[in-house]
Write a protein that binds this ligand. Structure first.
Ligand code: HEM
Length: 356
């Protein structure tokens, strides 16, 4: 048995021997390449912690326990993952001390290796609930192909990702299941009907305000047309009529989820909604930190390699910017932000329906 001390417990000797790249030792690794390796390794360790917290949060969310007991530790886990991501975003500053010329000295030797092959990053996405069909296509190559060995056989990386997929369900599935069962006063459809009417009333009074402010008639008509189109989109969205392919059960669940999101924030002063609201805010914070990671990575890449294509075969910065724009797992949480009303305009809950 090993003696208990700092270096044995943390395996410092082994850790410091892991920066050789593909060589036997560090003799062929210059200062910039060492920086490049260390920063990537640190990121992989942060991803490891994030995966731990997200897995815990997903599992806790799928357990059958009373609301508050279940939610508090999930929020704690998400908060830790958020802080990690926020810290990790700062590390791109460290790698930016390497200039384009410094990087080009060893870049060619890296091809076709790329962050595109980070299994843990894919696991974070899969665990969150990013679907295959939502991914940006790189020609006819699936993201899983990039994780395989060069001869197409499974690798350590591809096996990890397959195992993660097999572990399902995603955090999003569990969150949506929980949201769809959130008790609300009255019925989901009744609440949606009241909310759509309240949005219309609010829009009408704002339009009237514009008339009173003396806005030119052309502008008023243009804004009114836009308002009518927005209102019918909002109604179709809240009634889950925006996806004609979806079956009845899927639509009913979507309606319940979308209603719950508006309900939680609209009546947030109700004691039973305190923890649900914390949870929704934490999920939004997490996705925001992740999007910022993508944007920050893209700016660092642009600064170091400009608009060159990536070693992994993507268009480079354009591809990365597109992921920052399109990879939103919790789009309903973001959509709710466009629909929420000020406190005075929110429909009053019928006291006769309380505790039913
Ligand atoms: C000199 C520094 C870096 C450059 C020039 C760079 C460049 C790129 C490029 C061009 C891509 C797009 C895929 C491709 O065609 O290769 C990419 C993807 C990626 N990189 Fe980096 N990168 C750098 C550092 C890092 C660091 C420090 C990390 C931390 C783990 C990282 C993680 C990733 C991940 C996870 C992806 C996949 C993104 C996705 O597909 O959504 N990269 N990188």
């Amino acid at each position: 048995m090993k003696e208990t001390n700092y270096w044995n417990y943390l395996k410092v000797e082994e850790l410091l021997a892991l920066q050789t790249g593909l060589g036997e030792d560090e003799s062929g690794v210059g200062n910039d390449e060492l920086l490049f390796i260390v920063v990537h390794q640190i990121y992989e360790l942060w991803f490891k912690l994030i995966l731990r917290e997200l897995t815990f949060a997903r599992n806790a969310l799928s357990e059958d326990m009373p609301h508050d007991h279940r939610v508090a530790p999930i929020v704690r886990s998400l908060r830790r993952a958020i802080v990690i991501f926020e810290q990790a975003n700062q590390h791109f500053r460290v790698i930016e001390t390497m200039t384009t010329r410094d990087f080009l000295d060893f870049r060619d030797a890296l091809t076709p290796a790329s962050g595109f092959q980070s299994a843990q990053m894919r696991e974070v996405e899969i665990l969150l609930g990013l679907e295959d069909h939502e991914r940006i296509s790189l020609g006819n190559r699936c993201f899983k192909d990039a994780l395989k060995s060069a001869d197409g056989t499974p690798s350590w990386s591809s096996r990890r990702v397959e195992a993660r997929i097999a572990q399902g369900p995603s955090f999003k599935d569990c969150l949506y299941e929980w949201l769809s069962r959130l008790p609300i006063v009255g019925t989901v459809d009744g609440f949606i009907g009241d909310y759509v009417r309240a949005i219309r009333d609010e829009n009408r009074s704002r339009a009237q305000m514009l008339v009173e402010c003396g806005l030119p008639p052309d502008d008023i008509e243009r804004l009114a047309a836009r308002r009518r189109a927005d209102e019918s989109n909002v109604e179709a969205y809240l009634r889950a009529q925006d996806d004609p392919e979806a079956d009845m059960a899927t639509r009913a669940k979507r309606r319940a989820v979308r209603a719950a999101l508006l309900y939680i924030e609209s009546y947030r002063e109700r004691p039973e909604l305190g923890w649900p609201r914390e949870l929704i805010e934490a999920v939004l914070d997490f996705e925001q930190a992740f999007v910022i990671w993508r944007q920050r990575h893209a700016r660092m890449v642009e600064r170091i390699i400009g608009r060159r294509v990536g070693t992994g075969g993507s268009s480079g910065v354009d591809y990365l910017d597109e992921t920052a724009l399109r990879y939103r797992v919790f789009s309903d949480l973001w959509a709710a932000r466009s629909l929420l009303l000020r406190k005075a305009a929110v429909p009053t809950l019928d006291p006769a329906l309380e505790d039913r």
